[in-house]
Design a protein around this ligand. Structure first.
Ligand code: ADP
Length: 259
């Protein structure tokens, strides 16, 4: 069980043609158990870089990544990670894609199937177990990819713009679906999005990143009641928060950086 991930003083530079390029300036944040935390910021501000560092796929240039006080820099397996592109394997059925994470962890096939099938039934993929990814809509592929991430059985899941490529209507359906899953499974979620409405609607905490090379400009806590409903997106409290976030995102001056 991992209860808390802490990132302190993490920055990242890349070397390109002999030149050092800053991808992310010093960043510190904590992801507390059970919370839905979003990161919002312009393209190229280092959101994916931060995820790769947390997932242990890339070392930071400075700083620490800790899980419950233990240094996990460069260590994979502490978090489940889902990219925007669904990354389903085209030659595997949906069921065999969903159990991939369990297979990697050595769960026997029969047991993996027994866990996966009821979840597919409950979460909108009933009857699609023997289908192949190309036969599914974009939203359904994202459901399958997310179930696969869930079944990797980590307490913390990182979702990098999972709904970025979906049309507006499907996106709304998927946001509600994700909130349902988050409540049912009690997972801790770290979510990247470009979409202000999506960040407010889903999150408990929103970290706003500055433009590249990014760093945290502000942290906002969303106190809107749960469970949230689509109508909440037009409420005065929602609109006020949205204006505040738009102001933060459009102001690009260094002197406004707070941490
Ligand atoms: P975001 O996810 O916020 O769009 P990224 O983390 O993908 O941003 O990228 C942050 C910055 O780092 C960008 O300027 C990008 O061009 C640069 N970058 C990312 N990965 C590499 C890499 N492997 N080599 C060189 N530069 C990179």
């Amino acid at each position: 069980m991992t209860h808390k991930i802490e990132i302190s003083g993490v920055s990242k530079w890349f070397r390109r043609n002999g030149e050092e390029i800053a991808a992310m300036r010093e960043t510190s944040l904590a992801i507390e158990e059970g919370r839905f935390v979003s990161i919002i910021g312009p393209s190229g501000c280092g959101k994916s870089t931060l995820f790769n560092i947390i997932a242990g796929l890339m070392p930071p240039s400075t700083g620490k990544v800790m899980a419950d006080g233990k240094d996990i820099v460069g260590t994979t397996g502490y978090v489940g990670y889902m990219l925007q592109k669904d990354m389903l394997l085209p030659w595997r059925t949906i069921l065999d894609n969903i159990i991939l994470g369990m297979e990697v962890r050595g769960v026997p096939y029969k047991e993996a199937v027994e866990r996966a099938l009821p979840l597919m039934e409950k979460y909108g993929l009933k009857g699609f177990d023997k289908h192949y990814p190309k036969e599914l809509s974009g939203g359904m592929k994202q459901r399958a990819a997310l179930l696969r991430t869930l079944l990797y059985d980590r307490d913390i899941i990182l979702l990098d713009e999972p709904f970025g490529a979906l049309d507006a209507q499907t996106r709304l359906t998927m946001q509600n679906w994700l909130l349902q899953i988050w409540e049912d499974f009690g997972k801790t979620v770290l979510f990247v999005t470009h979409d202000i409405d999506e960040a407010i609607y889903l999150s408990d905490d929103i970290y706003v990143f500055s433009s590249r090379p990014g760093r945290i400009k502000s942290k906002i806590t969303v106190t809107m009641e749960r469970p949230r409903k689509t109508e909440d997106m037009t409420s005065p409290a929602f609109m006020e928060l949205k204006h505040h976030l738009m102001d933060l995102l459009s102001a690009g001056h260094d002197e406004e950086l707070i941490s």
